[in-house]
Design a binder for this molecule. Structure first.
Ligand code: MV4
Length: 450
């Protein structure tokens, strides 16, 4: 079968997301190429792609992040497009640019918009100009610390320092009072330089007890843009999401429409084209603020797929092939409720990754459950990569049903040989406040102190 989209798609990733992209390509009739490191020879993405190329040793820097190796693999297999998944090269403007230079379609937005959104400072400025409310703060930190202290005083403590090249909470630091500011600035700049290669940081007012809610956007190359509603992501531990849901118990249909339309228009104003996510913070008094935009497919995208019925990866591929969006905003209906639990291999005491061999694996399968995973019995979770074992996603006609199904799915899921986050997720699911939908950014610290 031949398709009008791409000759062949190379997937520059591993694990469940590589399999997820393979599924989308199979449904579209596009042949696939997997790339893998020496640690991933026995991986399912290698088995299920049409072709596979080994691109280097286990360390990501020498394989999944090795741009010349990935590009060479595309060239020798005659692929004409690359899907980066999430993580690794997904938000590298440079990689997207190299793809273009080599005549390969990068399945994602343009290098320019990746670069813009990767600079969280510039993104704030641009999105404010596009009409989105942003959190009170500085544009960019430069100049003497007295000047910074003056701005912080004007914003009002607590303030939060964020790395301009950061995102996802990496390099964030909360400052309670002026006496802590100088030391915090020093540390934050040193950390930012080490982690991101630039010491640039900015300040925001710290909003406590907020909700972290993100809007899913789809935009094509022809000026069409729609939003697919929101995902509630407030339940995070050390900025790792543990449980996400769609929709959010916090939003009324009116507020959803207001923020969704603003987000979609803002995406249009920067010529965005692909799937993208705008992160917002909602405080307790009805205010909301843009925080950052993610230009990749996100780990938690399945909850949006279950409540909208759209396949976001297929949409990304069609958009990259310059097709027009098939759906208008009026076509998008949210139906039912979806919850995702990210099952990671980690030690419950230290919260540190717990790599090792999975000695027994049994996936829960019944009505209303989806499992995105590349795991199987005897599979070894490597210390070289992220410790995600599986994403369990349940769907119900309402939130209570989705929760009940998640409880049953976790109870009937067998993962032996490594410690997992399942017990923590079971405690969250049985918590009264969670069941009532009363969740916020401090939910985990407050209810499950270490
Ligand atoms: C914030 C915030 C409060 N105030 N920024 C975390 C992920 C990253 N994208 C942004 N994050 C936050 N930024 C301001 N100005 C709260 C969060 C946040 C959070 C903070 C502490 C503990 C859990 C959290 C969960 C979600 C978001």
């Amino acid at each position: 079968m031949s398709n009008s989209l791409f000759r062949k798609v190379l997937i520059a990733n591993r694990g469940e997301i590589a399999l997820r992209v393979i599924h989308a390509c199979k449904e579209l009739g596009i042949p696939t190429v997997a790339v893998y490191s020496q640690a991933d020879r026995d991986s399912l993405h290698v088995r299920f792609a049409d072709e596979a190329v080994c691109i280097g040793p286990p360390a990501s820097s020498e394989s999944y992040l090795n741009i010349p190796a990935v590009i060479s693999a595309a060239e020798i297999t005659n692929a004409d497009a690359i899907h980066p998944g999430y993580g690794f090269l997904a938000e590298s403007a440079y990689f997207a640019e190299v793809c273009e230079t080599c005549g390969l379609t990068f399945i994602g937005p343009s290098p320019e918009v990746i670069r813009l959104m990767g600079d969280k400072n510039r993104a704030r400025k641009e999105m404010r100009e596009a009409g989105l409310p942003i959190i009170p703060g500085t544009e960019k930190i430069a100049g003497p610390q007295e000047a910074v202290a003056r701005v912080a005083g004007e914003i009002g403590y607590p303030v939060i320092i964020k790395a301009a090249a950061g995102g996802g909470g990496k390099g964030m630091r909360i400052v309670q009072s002026e006496s802590e500011l100088a030391t915090a600035l020093d540390l934050a700049q040193t950390e930012a330089r080490a982690a991101f290669g630039t010491p640039d940081i900015y300040l925001e007012k710290y909003i406590s007890d907020a909700r972290h809610i993100e809007f899913q956007i789809l935009a094509d190359h022809h000026g069409n843009v729609i939003h697919l509603g929101e995902r509630e992501c407030s339940i995070q531990r050390r900025h790792q999401k543990l449980l996400e849901e769609a929709p959010s118990t916090y939003l009324t249909p009116e507020l959803r429409e207001e923020v969704g339309n603003l987000a979609a228009r803002a995406a249009l104003s920067v010529n965005y084209s692909s799937a993208g996510t705008m992160e917002f913070l909602f405080d307790g008094s009805g205010h909301y603020y843009f925080m950052e935009m993610n230009t990749r497919i996100q780990v938690e995208h399945p909850v949006t797929e279950l409540v909208t019925g759209l396949d976001l990866v297929k949409e990304q591929i069609r958009i990259a092939a310059r097709q027009r969006l098939e759906h208008s905003q009026e076509d998008i209906q949210l139906r039912g409720w979806a919850i995702e639990c990210r099952i990671n291999a980690e030690c419950p005491q230290t919260f540190l990754p717990c790599p090792g061999k999975i000695t027994a694996f049994h996936p829960p399968t019944f009505m209303g459950v989806r499992l995105d995973t590349a795991a199987y019995t005897e599979w070894v979770i490597s210390p070289f990569y992220d410790s995600l074992i599986a994403k369990v996603i349940t769907y119900g006609t309402n939130r209570a049903e989705a929760i009940k199904r998640m409880e049953r799915a976790l109870e009937m899921m067998v993962v032996e040989g490594v410690k997992t986050t399942i017990p923590l997720q079971q405690r969250i699911l049985s918590n009264d406040d969670f069941q009532e939908g009363r969740i916020h950014t401090h939910f985990l610290d407050r209810f499950f102190p270490r």
